[in-house]
Design a protein. Structure first.
Length: 500
């Protein structure tokens, strides 16, 4: 049986009232003697049944009829002199619509004031299907997603480790090289064997137990230690591909993610075959006056200072992320409550967008962001479920501790993003608004402040940050489990497995 409980408020009543055709809250209305029953119908989901007594309906009907008697324009009668019975007959549909709108608005506004459901979405209420009955009470019901109910775990005195790192000249050299690569010309074919950092163009086949499950021709992949498909990671790709030339064949294996789109392929080991058709190399820009001028710096030393500043921000980002993960892991250990699967799936893209937003603020390149996004997509459902639980915990903590986001804090974030991208704050703001990411930005700042609040009460131990500054992965915009076989693609000859 569903658990039946007394409720305490509907957060989106005004939105539903607006859907009924009213303005909501224009004038204070007298309290209706509502009968409200609320059922828990699943994780974070409740069903609300509302009964409006007949006496309330009759009073609203009488009010609408009195208003129409005064204003109705009926041939043969002066305004205000139309018989009540004629008004009731001639304007039955209009009167019923007015009563429905008024009663629904009053009921929802009262639910908003007197009951707390803590809704996280608009109620599932189709106003078009509602009608005022000629006799008896008026009943309507809807389902709504609500915040999970849980006790806030202890968050004072947690023990966490903080990554610390001094930026070295080698780190700066690596960052400048990465920046040159981002601004390099398009890759061009070369007639020498492939080296680390080159691009190979290949026809790719995916097989499981010798049976082909997909293929793609003309895939351009950069030679890095790791390549990341949407649903798999292939390691030692550099060892596999360094030295190849057009016409060479290589193969390796990769395990398909447990959250791949095709459930029957999850956890399977796929053989990935590459037929190399081309080796391409980028031409990096020289650190000359023109390149420095394009970057709006006047010397190599000034560029190095800028790169050092970027690396320090990225170090702070990793530091914050590592501390955040430790904090959330500790306060989330008690989060044994469930979330509805459809809510998790709807939030997958939202979680990805928020991660991208944070990385852009920290000054990461597009290639770095793409690699992280590819990694996240492999575990998107479990990571999003965890992120949602963390969000609810931090949101409740922020409410408990009265943590709010001031307008100036949002403006400073937008200004920082503008400085990173070289665009105007107005343009960055317009982009955020167009992509629907302003709410993400505010939520991100509020959660960050909540984490900072916890960190302020934590015991912190500094440990070395050993993260490499070199590019280790390349994101391939393919899902092994989602390709399917393309008959028009060229056949790839069988190959012998290369020693990685």
């Amino acid at each position: 049986m569903s658990e039946v409980e007394s409720a305490e408020g509907v957060a989106t009543a005004e939105a539903v009232a607006a859907g009924a055709g009213g303005e909501g809250g224009a004038n204070p209305a007298k309290r209706i003697d509502l009968k409200v029953q609320i059922e828990v119908t699943g994780p974070c989901r409740k069903k609300v049944k509302v009964t409006v007594p007949r006496a309330e309906i009759d009073q609203s009907l009488a009010k609408s009829i009195r208003e129409l008697i005064v204003s109705a324009d009926v041939p043969g009668f002066r305004k205000g002199r139309v018989p009540r019975s004629l008004v009731e007959k001639k304007f039955r549909k209009e009167v019923s619509g007015q009563v429905l709108q008024r009663v629904l608005m009053q009921s929802l506004e009262q639910l908003s004031e007197e009951y707390k459901l803590d809704a996280i979405n608009e109620p599932d209420l189709d106003v078009a299907d509602l009608e005022i009955p000629e006799k008896g009470d008026f009943e309507f019901e809807f389902e709504v997603e609500v915040r999970p109910e849980f006790d806030l775990p202890g968050y004072s005195g947690l023990k966490v480790q903080r990554l610390v790192r001094a930026i070295t000249d080698e780190d700066i050299d690596t960052a400048i090289e990465r920046f040159r690569e981002q601004n390099a010309t398009a890759s061009q074919p070369v007639d020498t064997p492939a080296v680390l950092g080159d691009f190979v163009v290949a026809n790719v086949r995916f097989l499981i137990n010798g049976e082909e499950i997909g293929r793609r021709s003309g895939v351009e992949i950069r030679i890095r230690p790791t390549i990341q498909f949407h649903d798999a990671i292939l390691s030692d790709f550099d060892k596999l591909m360094i030295g190849v030339q057009p016409g060479d064949h290589r193969s390796a294996t990769a395990t398909i993610s447990m959250e791949a789109s095709r459930a029957e392929l999850r956890g399977e080991t796929a053989t990935v075959e590459f037929e190399v058709t081309d080796v391409r190399r980028q031409s990096l820009p020289d650190l000359d006056e023109k390149f420095l001028a394009d970057l709006q710096v006047d010397s190599v030393d000034a560029l190095r200072e800028r790169m050092k500043s970027v690396l320090e921000r990225q170090t702070q980002f990793r530091q914050r992320q590592a501390v955040r993960e430790q904090v959330l892991r500790q306060i989330g250990e008690s989060a044994n409550w469930e979330l509805p699967e459809d809510l998790v799936l709807r939030q997958v893209e939202n979680a990805l967008r928020r991660e991208v937003l944070e990385m852009r603020e920290a000054g990461y390149t597009d290639l770095q962001i793409e690699a992280r996004e590819s990694q996240m997509r492999q575990n998107q459902i479990s990571e999003t479920r965890l992120a949602l639980k963390q969000h609810f915990i931090l949101d409740k903590l922020a409410t408990t501790e009265n943590i709010v986001v001031e307008p100036i804090e949002k403006e400073l974030e937008i200004l920082n993003m503008a400085q990173q991208s070289g665009e105007s704050p107005r343009k960055v703001r317009a982009q955020l608004e167009r992509r629907g990411m302003m709410e993400n930005l505010e939520a991100q700042i509020r959660e960050r402040k909540a984490v900072d609040f916890i960190i302020g009460k934590a015991t912190i131990e500094d440990v070395p940050d050993t993260t490499t500054m070199k590019e280790e992965a390349f994101a391939v915009d393919l899902a092994i489990s989602g390709l399917g076989v393309a008959p028009e693609a060229p056949e790839v000859a069988p190959v012998e497995t290369a020693n990685a």
